[in-house]
Write a protein that binds this ligand. Structure first.
Ligand code: T1G
Length: 696
């Protein structure tokens, strides 16, 4: 028996492949040994190659790594090797398993080739052995999209040979004794499922088209399909060589660096320097939400999805009925799409209790306020729940822009008040911006970070300022998008340029989706803070004044049909020309490159200020916010990582050019950006504590 013991996920770190080779050699030499069982210690089988090693290869610190010696050692073993799988057999983990002669697993296990999520492709024979076990279509889909496959589907596909009930090791030893001494088939010699070029052509055409559509701009999914196609056309050894070429091109790509940055970023944001592991957390077993609107309803679904009973309160029966109807419809859509069965819908539905009064709130472990974005109303709600909530109850606000300290000061327990800023639709978007007030207690922050994981969200801690991290930056991005429209770019041209850049949606279409009236109300709320003489966008307010709030009113920057399909509206073009003329704005042809630079660098410049002020702990926190809350393309790594790839010197030069054209109030370079650019450093290298220590 060979046990992989490399916590936390048994990655194939240096020493592990060597250990497996040694194990097989020992087994081969020992005449009493009739079979080998390879199993993972702890919570999982092998979760892949060690991703941390990739950087050492691309930086030239280490020569390229290869897993083929261990794969061949396993596959060529004269004694059958049984792979016993629990947890996840991902990437190199599944590739090791497929080099084995038999694969058995517990029912809860998952297998997969998620490499494309890191901007690479399977590099240890996955594109060659998987089609031999699972067939061409399944292999192409698994390698191109990287989604996990559950044990039953893997068994049906031919990846697994058996699912064991009960204890894995017992089942594995019994299975191994059953195949001991029998000639074992080598996966690499199994060609019966590889089909022929004619039969395979429509399969590859369909999966390529799907990859181009759903993985827009990404190179790895198409490379992975090329790898699987090579398996159907070339002898095994040539297929392996072709896979290695494709793997190398992807590994050295900026896209892969960006996606690996995103992978580790999502884990790094969970670490808060002044909140050590082991900080006490409150147990969240019951939740209560004030407001059954779009956000309140989506938030309630998150709690119910996590198995936490939740009360939803609103002021009128109509509002409650509307909110509950939306929740029900969302769940029914998920059942229709086969995401989970009706029974799960009923289970989750039963956990949500709509009501008109605060009854039961006194038992809640957390109360989330999700009402309309107005300070007066939020302070009133917090004063009310402060009187009801039990000691130790977390009081969270879903505000997207307002001052957490001002909200907290409406209570007698500001240390229990925190921002939980969900993103619409709250039951879908993965980001949870957790906003720390000056009095917020460390236990409340630790509780919120842990709760984010429980709600299947990515929790990012933000300091308290107007708009926190995400909305403060998006304000500058949206500002520039609107200025560009006033200066001559068409609405479609602005959105198309950002869509081509990789954004999930252009800024103006995004405004229509979120509702232009939301921004309009916030601008009115903060009108008193506007600096006299500083240019502000003009058209959005004019659109709202004539009731064009976006999708919700069937017209905004675009016209929308019953299916919410946008179309160009000549009336908007006329309005824009009129507004620009009234404001004396010269209109000109604007290239797509300038549209991207003005909008994305506005994000970066504001991000640099946020980083220097400590509103964001690290540059990667800003990137994780944008990847999970604002549809920023993961294969660009986020705005701060993107700026690092362009080079901060170049970004600074462009921003200084914009400053000279549009003035310092809008485009004065952030001091941190200037310092890092002039010292040849990156946002990724910026470490506030080190800098302040050096400065001290
Ligand atoms: N390499 C290095 N570190 C890893 C790792 C890996 N493959 N997987 C996880 N970690 C670290 C992670 O950073 C975190 O560290 C800790 O382990 C726990 O992870 C040749 C080239 C397995 C589903 O893409 O999807 O094989 O933050 O918090 O939520 O073709 O980890 O504690 O310091 O995510 O329970 C392919 C990646 C690699 C799988 C567990 N494999 N991992 O989730 O824990 S490429 C993957 C995951 C490859 C071959 C190619 C998840 C998980 P820290 P965690 P989790």
């Amino acid at each position: 028996m060979i046990t992989i013991n490399n916590p936390p996920v048994n990655a194939l770190s240096p020493g592990v492949p060597e250990g497996i080779i040694e194990g097989i050699e020992t087994a081969e030499k020992d005449p009493d040994v009739r079979a080998v069982v390879l199993i993972g210690g702890g919570r999982t089988f092998i979760a892949g190659a060690d991703i941390r090693e990739f950087g050492k290869v691309t930086s030239g610190e280490k020569p390229r790594f290869t897993l083929h010696p261990v794969l061949n050692k396993i596959e060529d073993s004269r004694k059958p090797v049984v792979m016993a799988i629990h947890g996840t057999a991902f990437g190199g983990g599944l590739e090791v398993a497929m080099a084995g002669h038999y694969r058995i697993a517990v029912g809860s296990a998952q297998v997969g080739q998620p490499e494309v999520k890191l901007g690479i492709i399977p590099g240890a024979g996955g594109t060659q052995r998987l089609p031999r076990l699972a067939g061409v279509a399944k292999a192409a889909e698994m390698c191109a999209f990287g989604e996990p496959v559950d044990a039953r589907s893997a068994l049906a596909a031919g990846i697994l040979d058996k699912i064991v009930e009960g204890d894995l090791l017992t089942g594995a030893l019994e299975f191994a004794r059953g195949v001991a001494g029998r000639l074992a088939y080598k996966t690499r010699e199994r060609n019966e499922k590889l089909g022929d070029p004619t039969a395979n052509a429509p399969i590859f055409a369909a999966v390529r088209e799907n990859a181009r559509k759903t993985r827009r701009g990404q190179m790895a999914p198409l490379a992975a399909i090329d790898g699987v196609e090579a398996a159907t056309r070339l002898p095994f050894a040539d297929g392996i060589a072709r896979e290695a070429e494709l793997f190398r091109v992807c590994l050295f790509s900026v896209q892969s660096k960006a996606l690996i940055h995103a992978f580790f970023g999502e884990r790094a944001v969970a670490k808060i320097p002044d909140i050590p592991k082991g900080t006490k957390t409150y147990d969240i077993k019951r939740a209560a939400i004030v407001g059954a609107g779009t956000m309140g309803g989506g938030i309630a679904m998150n709690y119910a999805n996590a198995g936490i009973p939740v009360i939803v309160k609103d002021t009128t029966q109509d509002a409650l009925n509307r909110g509950m109807a939306t929740i029900r419809k969302n769940y029914e859509n998920s059942v229709k799409k086969g995401r989970f069965p009706q029974a799960v819908l009923e289970q989750r539905w039963a956990l949500i209790t709509p009501q008109l009064r605060y009854a039961g709130f006194e038992q809640a472990d957390i109360i989330v306020e999700a009402v309309f974005e107005g300070m007066a109303l939020k302070r009133q709600i917090f004063a009310e729940i402060d009187k009801i909530a039990k000691p130790g109850c977390v009081l969270a606000s879903n505000t997207s822009t307002l001052d957490i300290d001002e909200i907290a000061s409406a209570t007698t327990r500001p240390e229990m008040v925190i921002g939980h800023h969900f993103f619409s639709p709250a039951n879908v978007m993965r980001l949870l911006e957790i906003v720390r007030g000056k009095a917020t207690g460390k236990e409340v922050i630790a509780t919120s970070m842990a709760l984010a994981k429980k709600l299947n969200k990515v929790g990012v801690l933000a300091g308290n300022c107007r708009g926190f991290i995400g909305n403060r930056m998006i304000h500058c991005y949206g500002r520039e998008a609107q200025f560009l429209v006033e200066e001559g770019a068409s609405v479609e041209a602005v959105d198309h340029a950002l869509y081509e850049f990789g954004m999930a949606m252009g800024p103006l279409a995004m405004g229509d989706l979120a509702g232009l009236d939301v921004g309009w109300r916030i601008r009115k709320e903060f009108k008193h803070l506007e600096k006299p003489g500083v240019r502000v966008p003009l058209v959005a307010d004019r659109l709202c004044e004539i009731g064009r709030y976006g999708q919700k009113t069937g017209m905004g920057w675009y016209l929308y049909d019953a299916n919410r399909t946008p179309s160009w509206d000549p009336d908007v073009a006329v309005l824009i020309e009129k507004v620009a003329k009234e404001a004396g704005i010269q209109r000109r042809t604007i290239p797509a490159e300038e549209i991207v630079e003005r909008t994305i660098y506005a994000l970066v410049n504001e991000g640099a200020k946020i980083l220097e002020e400590g509103i964001a702990l690290r540059a990667v926190d800003i990137d994780v916010v944008y990847l999970n809350g604002y549809g920023f393309p993961a294969w660009r790594g986020g705005p701060m990582f993107y700026a690092d790839t362009i080079g901060l010197k170049n970004v600074l030069a462009k921003i200084e050019e914009f400053e000279s054209k549009h003035g310092p109030d809008l485009w004065a370079p952030a001091p941190l950006l200037k310092r890092l650019a002039e010292s040849g450093k990156t946002f990724e290298s910026f470490d506030r504590d080190k800098e302040s220590a050096a400065g001290a």
